[in-house]
Design a protein around this ligand. Structure first.
Ligand code: C5P
Length: 291
C-alpha cells in the first residue's frame, strides 16, 4: 500500500506564445504547487477499482471511473509495460473539479509516481513525464510539485529555485466548473496577439521582492477569455486584491480558481474567513506554497 499527496498547481503567470497545428496552444508559465491537495492511496488488488470520497466526490460521481485521469494512469502503465497486476485506488477529492488548479492532473501524476514504486518499475522521471503527457498537458509538471518554468504545451519543464522561504495563498473558486477547451476556444488565438514574453530561464532573482515584481509584470493570458465566459471571475479578483496585505491576485490556468498571495498564514486565513462569510456558496482555502 502506498499513500500520496496530489498537490494543487497554480500558474503564477501563464503566457500563450503560439498554437500548434493540432490546435494545442504553446505556453510559457511559472508553476507552483500548494500544500493543499487531494490524497491518493494505492493498494494491490485483484481488480482495478476507484473509490472517491471527500468534499468534491459528488461532483465526480456522474462520470464513469474510466474517464478519471487517476484510473487512466493505471491503464496506461498496464498497457505500456504489460503489467497484469491491479490496484485499488482510493481518492480523497479535496480539489474542486474543472477549476484550473490541476486536480485531475495531480491525481494522475500521483498514481504514476505511486505505481512506479508499488510495481517496482523503476522508470526514470523522463519516461514518467512522457507517459504523463499522454494523459494531459499539465500532468508532467504535476510529477514535480516544486516551482517550474514550463513551456511547449507542458512538456518542457525546468525546475527553478525562487528566493522565497515560504509564501501563503488563498484559493477561491465560485463552485462553477469552467471547461478548459471552451476557454482556449474563446481566446481565439491569433499569432499577432501572442504574448511577447517567453522565458527560457528566469531572470536573476535575489529577494522575494524581485519575485513579486516579476510576477506583477506578468499576466494570465487566459484571464480575459475566462472572464468573458464567467464575468464573476473579475469580481473575485477584485475582492481578493482588496484583502489586507494581499501581494498579488490572479487567476490560475483556465480558471475559474483565483488566488491571492500573502506573506503570512494569518493574513491568508483572515481573507478566507471574510470571503466565505460574504460568499457562503463559494469555495475558499488558505494554504501554503511548496518551495
Ligand atoms: O491536456 P488537457 O486535457 O489539459 O487539455 C484540455 C484541452 O484544453 C485540450 O483539448 C485543448 O483544447 C486545450 N488546451 C490547449 N493547449 C494547451 C492545453 C490545453 O489548447 N496547452
Amino acid at each position: 500500500m502506498i499513500s500520496l499527496n496530489a498537490h494543487a498547481k497554480l500558474n503564477l503567470w501563464l503566457n500563450i506564445t503560439g498554437k500548434r497545428s493540432d490546435g494545442y496552444h504553446l505556453l510559457n508559465s511559472l508553476f507552483a504547487f500548494t500544500e493543499f491537495g487531494d490524497q491518493i492511496t494505492l493498494t494491490d488488488s485483484n481488480e482495478l477499482t476507484l473509490s472517491i470520497n471527500g468534499p468534491f466526490a459528488n461532483a465526480l460521481s456522474k462520470y464513469e471511473p474510466s474517464n478519471n485521469l487517476a484510473y487512466r494512469a493505471v491503464c496506461l502503465l498496464q498497457e505500456v509495460y504489460g503489467v497484469s497486476q491491479n490496484v485499488k485506488i482510493e481518492l480523497t477529492k479535496n480539489i474542486p473539479i474543472c477549476a484550473g488548479i490541476g486536480g485531475g492532473s495531480a491525481d494522475a501524476a500521483a498514481v504514476l509516481t505511486g505505481l512506479n514504486k508499488l510495481w517496482r518499475l523503476e522508470l526514470p522521471m523522463t519516461t514518467l513525464a512522457s507517459l504523463a503527457l499522454k494523459l494531459g498537458a499539465d500532468v508532467p509538471a504535476c510529477l514535480y510539485s516544486t516551482p517550474l518554468l514550463v513551456s511547449g504545451v507542458g512538456e518542457e519543464i525546468m525546475p527553478v529555485t525562487l528566493p522565497i522561504q515560504t509564501m501563503f495563498v488563498l484559493l477561491v473558486n465560485p463552485n462553477k466548473p469552467l471547461s478548459t477547451p471552451s476557454v482556449f476556444q474563446k481566446l481565439n488565438y491569433q499569432a499577432e496577439t501572442k504574448s511577447k514574453v517567453n522565458y527560457q530561464a528566469l531572470p536573476t532573482l535575489n529577494t522575494q521582492k524581485d519575485v513579486l515584481t516579476l510576477l506583477k509584470n506578468q499576466t494570465n493570458d487566459l484571464e480575459p477569455a475566462a472572464c468573458e465566459i464567467l464575468p464573476l471571475i473579475r469580481q473575485i479578483l477584485s475582492e481578493i486584491n482588496g484583502f489586507k496585505n494581499c501581494l498579488l491576485a490572479r487567476m490560475s490556468g483556465s480558471g475559474a480558481t483565483c488566488f491571492g498571495l500573502f506573506e503570512t498564514l494569518n493574513d491568508a486565513c483572515n481573507a478566507q474567513e471574510i470571503y466565505l462569510k460574504n460568499h457562503p456558496n463559494h469555495w475558499a482555502k488558505a494554504t501554503q506554497l511548496l518551495m
